[in-house]
Design a protein around this ligand. Structure first.
Ligand code: ADP
Length: 167
């Protein structure tokens, strides 16, 4: 029987418990999960954390999952999936707003690779409104983020945003 491999792509700037939830659930379904971490600045703004630090946060947060690893990527997600031998991309779906974006991405990906499909896992209720950008916003204004991100991330976020405020 062949191995089933899934790719969980994202910017993970930084990883939150919402990401960890989706990754753990994917790890229970697939033999192997590769977390693909965006390493290009195609997005409008620069990431808050450099790629090495984002990868370190992910490795720490998913260290107890034996069949999960993280890798940076700077190519099309479907090409990355092929490179690691995955036929499936796994994504988390939060509120309605994710749906429209994901539908568009899905159609675009299909024009590139009809052999790779995307599986959507519904966000767990407690993380339905959790996003990396929301956490950064909360942290900027000294909100409580300890139940939203792993401890190492919470510590570094507070430090980094405090540093930026004084720049
Ligand atoms: P964000 O949207 O938080 O910046 P990413 O771009 O890193 O996150 O997204 C990576 C993947 O994780 C996407 O499929 C996204 O829908 C999913 N995701 C992010 N936050 C959550 C959450 N709280 N619950 C479920 N899935 C999530």
């Amino acid at each position: 029987m062949s191995n089933s491999i899934a790719v969980c792509p994202g910017s993970y700037d930084p990883i939150t418990y919402g990401h960890v939830d989706i990754i753990s659930r994917a790890a229970a379904i697939f033999d192997e999960v590769v977390i693909a971490v965006v390493n290009v600045s195609t997005r409008k703004s620069r990431p808050l954390f450099e790629i090495d630090e984002r990868l370190a946060f992910i490795n720490e947060a998913t260290g107890d999952l034996g069949n999960v690893r993280a890798e940076p990527f700077d190519i099309l997600v479907v090409d990355f999936a092929r490179k690691v031998g995955a036929r499936t991309i796994v994504k988390g779906l939060r509120a309605i707003s994710d749906f429209e974006y994901e539908l568009e991405m899905n159609q675009l990906n299909r024009t590139q690779a009809s052999d790779i499909d995307t599986l959507y896992l519904m966000a767990s209720p407690q993380y339905s409104f959790l996003s990396s950008s929301g956490v950064k916003e909360l942290a900027t204004f000294n909100g409580s983020i300890d139940r939203l991100v792993p401890p190492a991330v919470a510590g570094r976020l507070k430090e980094e945003l405090a540093r930026q405020r004084t720049e």
